[in-house]
Design a protein around this ligand. Structure first.
Ligand SMILES: [Zn+2]
Length: 240
């Protein structure tokens, strides 16, 4: 009797899942075409179409030039190029606003592999995600940069120090401000948790790199206490 019940429950569960899939089919987070399995939330044709950021090209040099005033910034790693309207934008939107934490970890795995390919793995002591403001963390339920960091850590075996950086104030939207205004506005946004315990080589992780204001203020917060070597890894960078 018990067995029969369990079987029945299993069938009902399966039926419910099938019905759910019928009305809410799994889709690729970037192009929204149907996919078959949860682990394929980035379909292979999207993955092929993403514009890879090439290692050691002029572009990465240009990226580094955004931080010319920081001699202790070593490398900037970016998996993809970000352009308004391309699938990468959808993907970033999905991990930030559409509750897709697993995709953030997966992208972190790929970013870790990208870093390893570049032979610049000069033994980072720690990965430090850019923190979210607690208010946003409460709404989103997770910090996408922490999950990307976890993915990198899985691939490279470098520990994540989730609270190495902390946020000090909530900032208003930055889109209409000039680069300098943005810099001033973010310059006091970050602090470090344990100033006496900062690692020598730190890999800061964020989802995208735009003006560089976030990295600049994270680096300032660290360098106030210790001139650690800093590198940054992002899923995509915006082309100026
Ligand atoms: Zn797709």
């Amino acid at each position: 009797m018990l067995r029969k019940n369990t079987g029945l429950r299993f069938n009902i569960l399966r039926y419910t899942q099938d019905l759910f899939d019928l009305f809410f089919p799994l889709t690729c987070a970037a192009c929204e075409k149907d996919v078959l399995r949860e682990e394929d939330r980035i379909c292979s044709s999207c993955r092929m179409s993403f514009i890879k950021s090439e290692a050691n090209t002029l572009e990465e040099t240009k990226l580094k030039n955004r931080f010319i005033e920081f001699p202790n910034i070593d490398h900037i790693y970016s998996l993809y190029k970000f352009a308004r309207g391309n699938e990468i934008q959808n993907l970033i939107h999905a991990i930030k606003y559409e509750n897709h934490p697993k995709i953030a970890v997966k992208l972190g795995n790929w970013l870790g592999a990208h870093i390893a390919e570049q032979n610049t793995l000069s033994a980072y002591n720690a990965i430090a995600p850019v923190p979210l403001h607690p208010k946003k963390l409460k709404i989103r339920g997770y910090n996408q940069s922490s999950l990307i960091s976890a993915g990198i850590s899985e691939t490279l075996g470098i520990p994540v120090i989730d609270d190495l950086l902390v946020r000090t104030k909530h900032t208003e939207t930055q889109t209409k401000k000039s680069r300098w205004e943005r810099y001033k506005n973010t310059s006091e946004k970050f602090n470090v948790n344990n100033p006496n315990d900062l690692p020598d080589k730190i890999l800061i992780v964020d989802d995208i790199l735009t003006s560089g204001a976030t990295l600049t203020s994270c680096a300032s917060a660290i360098h106030k206490h210790k001139k650690s070597n800093i590198s940054m890894a992002v899923i995509a960078y915006a082309i100026n």
